[in-house]
Design a protein around this ligand. Structure first.
Ligand code: HEC
Ligand code: HEC
Ligand code: HEC
Ligand code: HEC
Ligand code: HEC
Ligand code: HEC
Ligand code: HEC
Ligand code: HEC
Ligand code: HEC
Length: 598
């Protein structure tokens, strides 16, 4: 930071030289449209006398004390007085008007700082594609969305720097600058701060209008005021209602549990479509329709088992809801995917320790007590990603770094992530990273197996980097040399017998799951059992279009070096981690489940 200030100060010093003559925010300001702008200044000391006990309306702090400690007052080359912001006090004296009661809303901050703000804050872009910025058009008179006006630099909290480094504050993040998202009512709730504020304050009402204005090409990042209602950050997290995701254009809504502040995260990280959208494709359309994309980083959709396609078997009512079904030998079996905060794995319900984080359901699990409020409040997303046990309060990097490791993970994973079994220190950082990377790679093996069957049997190439991700090998390249997307999900030109409409939807559903687990690349941690079960069923369907629990045979036949099943569920007997991910087993007894589905 200190280097930053030095550089900035040099710039401001030269600004000052100009400012004194041209009058940037100084008392010599001329030519302003407002007559109030010309009100003469009085001695600053007079303001201080009368306002010595005035209280900041938002933070409740003493204005004068805040101001005296701010860099506006303390810097040695251009002191910014009360009147440089509020305007001259000659008519005021406590009873008359002061020119700018809220200088920020009147554009005073932007006016003075505009030309000297670092690029991430503000830049005038002319090119067609360009980064997003902190001070986009609607924020030019709203620095207080992210700054405390009287504290100035003392109001830059540790969270400011962390946010600036995070994906939410990344002006080069594709999700903020890939296109002008404020022009599209379907996107603004997740891709712009203003759209999100409207969404959360309306209790999740979908936008019917945009806020795009002609000529405005600025793009927003996820500003502090998206999640905080004002600059008293500690006490201003916006109240978020329980979230209902409007999947399938609202026709297949999914209600998420009410998990306090983590409701904020769920609303953007639940994806745009669920398996229900695939099911809703009509039988006639399935031979000529585009892939239904779950969208990206849908961590909540996997954690709460709302996202995946699960209708691989007929249920008795033949609604394809995929909860109970008959296997190939005619035996009715459970195919449950129901999540629950309180039950543990029982063959049907999907238990999950991680899902219980930040709720009272975690009390008693792995020795977590009600006194451990960092583990029992604010919901799961915040417990792991904005963990708050440290010296600076809630971390805003979003990272699962060694700090998260020490505050949260080591309570249960000390063996995996610490050297001494108790504290996760910086030297343990690689242990945590390796632990996560290994699990990520194992998930990748399952996705790799599914993709291999797609390619070999269905002549479909999965390219995770190019929308719409699933390409038809049979069609080859189009006239302009580009691969062509799959549209015929019955694979009538590829298979000797085309898939029935029902199975064609299941094929798209399998692709949907592959994409969901690829784009929530931490689904191995967000939803351990759910992601294993989705992967299992996807492969079980793909290998012969029948749910006959054939995955271990398929895996060992197709990729014998990656998938090895030893006599017990233990790497000591030659079993590979990739196989352990795919099949059900007893963690303690290390015995394989029968039947083998996880
Ligand atoms: C850097 C610009 C800046 C400086 C310097 C500044 N203020 Fe302010 N002040 C603001 C802004 C912005 C607001 C409006 C805050 C809001 O409503 O959120 C404000 C609000 C106020 C209010 C209104 C509080 C209320 O009840 O609505 C008072 C009183 C005030 N300032 C006094 C002072 C005094 C006295 C000083 C000097 C000791 C001072 N300010 C210095 C920017 C400044
Ligand atoms: C003689 C005492 C006195 C002096 C001197 C004085 N003020 Fe005030 N000021 C007041 C009182 C009283 C109010 C009204 C408080 C209220 O509305 O609660 C006020 C209100 C304000 C407000 C809020 C205006 C609004 O409409 O919300 C600002 C900003 C402000 N003063 C800034 C200043 C600045 C800057 C100076 C120095 C130039 C200054 N004051 C000098 C007594 C004084
Ligand atoms: C009259 C011009 C002027 C106005 C008006 C003004 N500032 Fe400043 N601001 C400065 C100067 C000069 C500095 C000191 C720069 C430095 O130390 O590098 C500064 C410093 C800051 C800093 C700290 C920078 C750092 O390096 O730590 C912040 C944040 C800031 N201003 C925000 C605001 C906000 C928000 C407003 C409106 C509420 C505002 N400023 C109004 C001139 C102004
Ligand atoms: C979207 C949030 C956001 C908005 C809006 C915003 N800022 Fe900032 N500002 C930050 C963050 C975050 C930092 C700290 C950056 C860091 O540590 O890397 C910062 C730092 C600063 C600094 C210190 C300079 C530096 O080197 O980074 C100044 C000065 C400043 N802001 C002024 C302003 C002014 C003036 C406005 C309004 C015109 C404004 N900011 C609007 C987030 C914001
Ligand atoms: C439910 C919230 C949500 C909605 C609604 C939404 N998105 Fe997204 N979108 C996201 C998230 C979260 C990401 C983060 C992806 C990343 O960085 O990997 C994203 C990423 C993207 C990306 C970048 C993909 C990449 O490769 O990194 C594009 C392009 C995009 N969305 C387009 C859209 C469009 C167009 C709309 C409206 C028609 C839309 N999104 C609606 C949540 C949403
Ligand atoms: C307004 C929508 C929105 C909200 C609310 C939101 N996010 Fe995000 N989040 C995004 C988008 C979009 C991205 C990807 C940004 C990019 O392209 O860089 C993202 C990225 C992330 C990442 C990925 C970081 C990385 O390094 O790749 C994490 C973790 C995350 N968010 C967690 C959270 C948590 C926890 C919350 C709740 C406190 C939350 N998000 C709230 C939209 C949102
Ligand atoms: C048990 C701790 C834990 C919980 C609870 C948790 N996450 Fe994560 N999350 C992780 C880990 C571990 C990663 C991977 C980090 C890495 O690879 O550096 C991750 C990555 C992410 C990412 C980026 C990559 C991806 O897979 O999408 C997003 C976005 C994200 N989480 C959002 C959320 C949201 C939203 C919630 C709440 C519904 C949540 N997380 C709950 C541990 C957790
Ligand atoms: C994605 C939503 C989101 C964004 C964006 C966000 N915050 Fe937060 N912030 C939160 C949540 C949620 C909490 C409370 C965490 C909890 O429940 O423990 C919080 C807490 C805080 C706290 C209190 C820390 C403590 O524990 O004492 C500060 C300070 C803070 N935020 C500052 C900021 C600043 C400054 C910005 C912008 C630079 C910002 N936040 C952006 C969600 C967000
Ligand atoms: C309260 C105890 C607890 C805490 C705290 C906890 N976990 Fe877990 N974690 C578990 C349990 C239990 C499982 C096994 C879940 C399953 O098989 O469904 C697990 C599984 C995992 C897995 C999958 C690998 C495996 O061995 O099954 C990863 C990766 C993981 N956790 C990462 C994390 C990270 C990262 C954190 C900290 C951000 C964390 N966990 C915090 C209890 C915890």
């Amino acid at each position: 930071m200190s280097r930053n200030i030095f550089r900035y100060s040099t710039v401001i010093a030269s600004l000052l030289a100009t400012a004194l003559f041209a009058g940037c925010g100084s008392s010599n300001k001329e030519g302003s449209a407002s007559s109030l702008a010309n009100v003469a200044k009085v001695d600053e000391a007079s303001c201080r006398v009368c306002h010595s006990t005035s209280v900041e309306p938002v933070t409740g702090d003493n204005i004068l004390q805040d101001y005296l400690g701010s860099i506006h007052n303390l810097n040695t080359f251009h002191k910014v007085g009360c009147q440089d912001c509020h305007g001259g006090g000659a008519q005021h004296n406590g009873v008359g008007p002061i020119p700018y009661t809220n200088p920020d809303a009147s554009g005073k901050c932007f006016e003075c700082h505009q030309k000297y703000l670092p690029k991430a804050h503000f830049a005038v872009y002319t090119a067609a594609t360009h980064p997003a910025q902190y001070v986009s058009s609607l924020y030019q008179n709203s620095c207080t969305s992210c700054h405390d006006p009287h504290k100035a630099d003392k109001g830059i909290t540790p969270q400011h720097g962390e946010w600036a480094e995070s994906a939410h504050g990344d002006v080069n993040g594709a999700a903020w600058m890939d296109e002008d998202f404020k022009e599209n009512t379907g996107c603004i709730r997740c891709h712009t701060a203003t759209g999100y504020k409207n969404y959360i304050t309306s209790g999740w009402k979908l936008a019917t209008t945009t806020f795009a204005t002609a000529g405005d090409k600025t793009y927003q990042v996820l500003t502090c005021d998206a999640c905080h209602s004002n600059y008293n950050f500690k006490n201003s997290v916006r109240a978020a209602k329980q979230y209902v995701a409007p999947y399938n254009s609202g026709k297949s809504p999914a209600t998420f549990p009410d998990v306090g502040n983590s409701n904020i995260c769920i609303s953007c990280h639940s994806g745009r479509e669920s398996g229900a959208t695939v099911l809703a494709v009509t039988d006639t359309a399935i031979s000529n329709t585009s892939f239904k994309n779950p969208h990206y980083l849908a961590a909540a959709a996997t954690m709460y088992a709302k996202g995946g396609f699960t209708a691989f078997v007929d249920d008795p009512a033949n609604t394809l809801s995929g909860t109970v079904g008959k296997d190939t030998s005619g035996v009715t079996r459970e195919f449950k995917y129901t999540e629950s905060l309180t039950t543990t794995e029982d063959g049907g319900q999907l238990g999950s320790t991680h899902r219980k984080f930040g709720t009272s359901a975690i009390i008693g699990d792995h020795g977590i007590t009600s006194g451990d409020t960092n583990m029992t409040t604010s919901g799961p997303c915040i417990v792991c990603h904005l963990n708050k046990g440290g010296a600076n309060g809630a971390a805003h990097t979003l990272k699962i770094d060694i700090y998260a490791g020490d505050q949260v993970c080591k309570k249960c994973h000390a063996a995996e992530i610490t050297t001494d079994g108790t504290t996760a220190t910086n030297t343990d950082a690689t242990k945590l990273a390796t632990f996560l990377e290994e699990q990520h790679a194992i998930l990748g093996e399952a996705i790799g197996l599914a993709s291999k069957i797609l390619k070999d049997t269905y002549k479909i190439t999965f390219n995770p980097d190019a929308y719409p991700y699933f390409y038809d090998d049979q069609l080859g390249l189009d006239a302009s040399g580009k691969p062509q997307a799959v549209k015929d999900w019955t694979r009538s030109k590829v298979l000797s017998t085309a898939l029935s409409a029902k199975d064609a939807k299941r094929l798209m559903g399998a692709c949907f799951n592959i994409q969901l687990l690829t784009k929530d690349e931490a689904s191995y941690a967000h939803a351990r059992t759910y992601s294993r079960r989705l992967a299992y069923d996807t492969i079980d369907f793909l290998d012969n279009n029948a749910m006959d629990r054939s995955v271990s045979v398929t895996a060992t036949t197709l990729q014998p070096t990656i998938f090895v099943k030893g006599t017990s569920a233990d790497t000591a007997t030659g079993t590979t981690d990739a196989m352990l991910f795919l099949l059900g087993y007893d963690r303690k007894a290390k015995t394989w489940n029968s039947p083998e589905r996880p």
